[in-house]
Design a protein around this ligand. Structure first.
Ligand code: AMP
Length: 231
């Protein structure tokens, strides 16, 4: 297999920060490859695989899946996608210092030609809660496109109410997007974020901060300029 991947963009940010939307822009513009560990988890649950049965409860209640299981999924996915694009975006991984340490070691030992680039998506909790309470996703687990019904995000609304623009499947709310669960997920996120950032600081890796409480096109332009990319 030819090793095409040279950069891994690690998007660190709370649920609802727009990691998936920014990743989608990059995939469209640069033909990069995206790994959303949340999507992989939901796919396992929909297919009722052995892993899916194990993680069903954690996902629905907004808790994290075990580090070992997530690392196994990511390492496997990674080995199979090295020839697909120049860059890979990790959306939702690593989420704990343990995941970050194991992943950095994997890259250093097995893929030393790849650079980890860390992007921190910056946004306040109340905006995240608003966003997630207005978020709908496509029920087709091979699609999982994301939409918003928020007044200030009309560009993210579906063309036809309740229907996915891409595949025509019905749009649903994620169980873990209920407000109480969102608040719990945010508390969990903040608990781990500090340790995650400490890991990258200790490793001497730059963390680029990106303000994301803005329209997605503005965020994308700023992202490109911060990491030195032209469209
Ligand atoms: P997301 O779609 O990124 O919000 O992830 C949805 C859910 O998947 C999370 O609340 C966790 O239960 C699980 N999950 C996704 N990524 C990870 C990860 N890196 N570590 C642990 N659990 C994860």
């Amino acid at each position: 297999m030819q090793n095409k991947v040279r950069d891994i963009y690690i998007f660190i940010g709370p649920p609802g920060a727009g990691k998936g939307s920014l990743a989608e822009k990059c995939v469209e513009a640069f033909s990069w490859c995206q790994l959303s560990t949340g999507n992989v988890c939901r796919h396992h649950i929909a297919l009722q695989t052995a892993i899916g049965k194990q993680i069903d409860f954690a996902i629905k209640s907004g808790k994290l899946v075990s580090d070992s299981l997530i690392i196994e999924m990511v390492a496997e996915w990674f080995g199979e996608h090295l020839d697909t694009a120049n860059a890979v975006i990790l959306d939702g991984f690593p989420r704990t210092a343990q995941q970050a340490e194991v992943f950095s070691t994997l890259i250093r030992d097995k893929y030393p030609f790849i650079t980890e680039r860390i992007i921190r998506l910056d946004i306040v909790d109340d905006v995240v809660v608003q966003r997630l309470c207005n978020r709908f996703i496509c029920d087709n687990k091979s699609c999982q496109s994301v939409y918003s019904l928020a007044q200030d995000a009309t560009s993210l609304a579906p063309e036809k109410a309740g229907v996915c623009d891409r595949c025509g499947s019905v749009l649903i709310r994620r169980k873990d997007d209920e407000e109480a669960t969102v608040r719990e997920r945010l508390a969990g996120y903040h608990k781990h974020e500090r340790a995650l950032l400490d890991h990258y600081a200790k490793a001497g890796k730059e963390v680029v901060s990106l303000l994301v409480d803005r329209p997605i096109d503005v965020v994308f332009d700023e992202f490109k300029s911060l990491v030195g990319l032209k469209s």
